[in-house]
Write a protein that binds this ligand. Structure first.
Ligand SMILES: [Fe+2]
Length: 292
């Protein structure tokens, strides 16, 4: 067995003009050489989303790949559900699944549409990278949507950019309420953090629009009506097709996205179909505003 990948080069193709690259020629079940990892990170920071097809990854393989992008988070919302699955025994791995065994869900946030958001943006330190590995996929629906924060910010009018300059925002999330609503009356289990409306990406130095429909409650320093009107305008703008790539999953796909420069959402699917994904996150980070 090879100790590291013999491939020092890979090829790639853009998945959408604004966002995403498919990486070709790498087997991620084999450790990658440091120079390959460096090239992948550079591509990832530029394109925000990398997709690898036809991978066969154990939970440990996924954690190793996660570690290329930052220390794997151990604070996933792991559920003690009494089901004997390797993923549930591996710290840092969380199952996203609608499957039930003996009437108990084997994973979290299994069904339904999820609005655009950035992972962990409701915590003081947001997640840098998220990795999703497809185990079981429904015959239709359940796509993950990726929206480029770089492209959306770049396309804003000079007037809107000026309004957002240096503005901070409240990001709120309650798992019981906010998957697809802006009814912000969070309960005692809600999370809350303040982050910039426009983030300066520390790797590329480029600004990215960070507000999102699922968690951004208000723009700090504006009156409530002005804040809500501007947010609604931004949500509609950033979700336009010219900024969004819809990924149609196949079993064995791994997607790695940069939560600092893109948002993601999930399309609905038939709850009678099975959908199981393995998720990891990496690299907690305090976000800095991009100042014009
Ligand atoms: Fe997410």
């Amino acid at each position: 067995m090879r100790e590291t990948s013999e491939l020092t080069r890979f090829s790639c193709r853009n998945l959408h003009p604004a966002i995403g690259a498919e990486v070709l020629g790498l087997d991620l079940s084999v450790p990658l050489a440091p120079e390959v990892v460096a090239d992948l990170i550079a591509l990832w920071e530029d394109r925000s989303v990398l997709v690898f097809r036809d991978q066969k990854l154990s939970p440990q393989d996924q954690l190793r790949v996660t570690d290329y992008f930052g220390p794997p988070s151990q604070n996933e919302h792991k559920k003690d559900i009494g089901v004997d699955l390797p993923e549930q025994e591996t710290p840092g791995i969380v199952l996203i699944s609608n499957v039930q065994v003996d009437g108990k869900p084997i994973g979290s946030i299994g069904d339904g549409e999820l609005w655009f958001h950035s992972d962990n943006c409701y915590l003081p330190k947001s997640a840098k990278a998220s990795l999703l590995y497809a185990v079981e996929i429904p015959r239709a629906g359940g796509e993950t949507r990726y929206a480029s924060g770089y492209a959306a910010y770049q396309a804003l009018s000079p007037e809107t950019k000026a309004k957002l300059n240096g503005v901070m925002a409240d990001y709120v999330f309650d798992y019981k309420i906010n998957t697809q609503t802006r009814r912000f009356k969070p309960g005692p289990d809600a999370f809350h953090a303040v982050h910039p409306a426009v983030v300066l990406h520390p790797g590329t130095g480029r600004p990215a629009l960070f507000v999102n429909r699922q968690t951004t409650e208000r723009l700090i320093g504006m009156d409530p009506e002005e804040s809500e009107a501007l947010l609604q305008e931004l949500f509609d703008f950033q979700e336009r097709p010219e900024f969004v790539y819809d990924h149609q999953w196949r079993p064995g796909d791994l997607a790695i996205w940069d939560n600092r420069s893109c948002l993601h959402a999930r399309k609905d699917f038939d709850p009678g179909e099975r959908r199981t994904m393995r998720r990891t996150t990496a690299g907690e980070q305090k976000l800095e505003p991009a100042l014009a």
